[in-house]
Design a protein around this ligand. Structure first.
Ligand code: SF4
Length: 481
């Protein structure tokens, strides 16, 4: 029995690889659990390998399990189709954050299971159910050399049901969606105890450490210390994951894992790491006690930073280097509209608190669809006035599953899921034409590029390459292509 664990390549519309590339932690968790049960697996990361077909033919998996974000949905389905074409007996599973809430988008012939839970042990249980029917090393039954294509209905392709598996056993697997006689059956998704996660085996990361980075920080390992977020900003998808229930790991376990990671740079991938003051104080004291000297990246909120400047200084002192803050907007009205529970004064104070330490604030902003010329100008001036060195401006994109998606879904004009990358307009702008909107967005991008060039903060990367990639994309949009 062999399982191929897959994270697809970045979707090819706009690729920002070599800037923000995460270790595939979710696959390493599955690998760890499979390994403990004596099941062989192979991790295919699209940041490391570039030919999925070659990997499937070479590894000859019995099961292929694919994770991915919303923009990778088409690739995930395409990879399952490819696996079935190479060998119709391969069991196909999709999972990950997009599939967890948008599972029905994966109901198609080439997918056997949508795995929604974070429980790695139930994943092993699912794989084990197929162990009896596995035929490792069996030659491909359908060697048609078909290359990867876009998904879509393929009526000529016979549907290969994993077959022979007792539905009663499948019913017991947390949150599983599986094919029944009348379409997919959806098991109830129950909360998973976060402390039941094993400490991940990072041998994959150690073999490929040069592939993972965060801006100028190289060989960045990732660590997860909590599920979901206790806040409920209405545009946010992350807060709805894991049943929408915030669960923090035992901080002693977190630090134990941290101490074992052989990497200088650590990205804490919690949706918001800075929540519980006493937990953070314990974290700081354990890190000092164990003399762990690393550099950290984490997400936080403006109100937390404003209310706890001393704690921010202490975190900076033990190595926190980048605080990513969802500032989102430069008006109280917009922030209220997002149910952010912050205001512009907090945003401004947050930047100055972080700037007063050795750490940096990475401001995450959203350009709303009703932005006009004055809005873009005001946003730029606010960024300059508040000395925000690191900033990303996303185009407002309602994500399926969120309350704002429900509000805007009738206005969505885009039909290509790869457009959900926060750089595309998925609905019509309210005050500008599409071309004008992209022109203003492009102008803002060029002004921010010039600022960044002056400060030298992005000197580690080939800024002109990314400028030309994004610039030519935006120029195509301005031309209406
Ligand atoms: S945007 Fe941030 S603070 Fe708001 S719900 Fe999402 S993760 Fe939590």
């Amino acid at each position: 029995m062999k399982v191929l664990l897959v994270r697809p390549q970045a979707p090819n519309k706009l690729s920002f690889t070599k800037i923000l590339d995460n270790e595939p932690l979710e696959l390493e968790y599955l690998h760890t659990a499979l390994q403990q049960e004596g099941i062989e697996d192979y991790i295919y990361d699209g940041l490391v390998e570039f030919d999925i077909e070659e990997a499937i033919r070479r590894e000859k998996p019995d099961v292929i399990a694919i994770t991915g974000y919303i923009t990778q949905e088409t690739l995930m389905i395409g990879y399952c189709r490819l696996a079935k074409r190479i060998n119709p007996t391969i069991v196909t599973i999709v999972g990950g954050v997009h599939a967890q809430l948008n599972y029905s988008r994966f109901y198609c012939d080439e997918i056997d299971y949508v795995y929604r839970s974070e429980c790695v042990w139930d994943f092993v249980k699912l794989v084990s159910l197929h162990q009896g029917s596995a035929r490792p090393g069996e030659p491909s039954l359908h060697q048609d050399n078909t290359r990867l294509e876009q998904p879509g209905p393929h009526p000529e392709q016979p549907s290969v049901h994993p077959g022979g598996i007792d539905a009663k056993a499948l019913k017991e697997i947390n949150g599983l969606c599986f094919r029944g006689e009348k379409g997919f059956v959806e098991n109830e998704l129950r909360a998973v105890d976060i402390d039941s996660l094993p400490i991940p085996d990072r041998s994959f990361f150690y073999r490929h450490r040069s592939s993972y980075r965060y801006l100028n920080l190289t060989e960045v390992a990732t660590i997860k210390t909590a599920f979901s977020c206790p806040y409920s900003c209405n545009f946010c998808y992350c807060t709805l994951l894991s049943g929408g229930r915030y669960q923090a790991r035992d901080i002693e376990l977190v630090v134990e894992e941290l101490a074992r990671i052989d990497a200088q740079n650590i990205q804490i991938v919690d949706d918001d790491f800075l929540i519980d003051v006493s937990r953070l104080e314990r974290f700081i004291s354990l890190v000092k006690e164990k003399d762990i000297r690393k550099t950290y990246i984490c997400y936080t909120r403006a109100d937390f930073v404003c209310n706890h400047p001393e704690l921010i200084a202490d975190l900076a002192e033990i190595g926190f280097h980048y605080f990513l803050v969802g500032l989102e907007a430069v008006s109280d009205e917009e922030l209220q509209g997002f149910q952010k529970q912050t205001d512009v004064t907090m945003n401004e104070r947050c930047i100055s608190v972080i700037n007063s330490t050795s750490a940096h604030c990475i401001a995450l902003m959203i350009a709303p669809v009703d932005a006009d010329k004055a809005y873009f100008e005001n946003l730029y001036r606010w960024i300059v006035k508040n000395k925000v060195l690191y900033v990303t401006v996303s185009i407002f994109t309602p994500i399926p599953g969120t309350p704002l998606y429900e509000q805007y879904k009738d206005q969505i004009t885009s039909t290509d899921i790869a457009d959900w990358d926060f750089l595309h307009l998925v609905m019509e702008p309210a005050k500008l034409s599409r071309r004008e909107f992209y022109r203003e967005y492009n102008k803002l991008f060029l002004r921010l590029y010039r600022l960044a060039k002056k400060t030298g903060i992005y000197d580690f990367m080939d800024l002109s390459y990314y400028k030309s990639m994004l610039g030519s994309y935006l120029r195509r949009k301005i031309r209406g292509e």
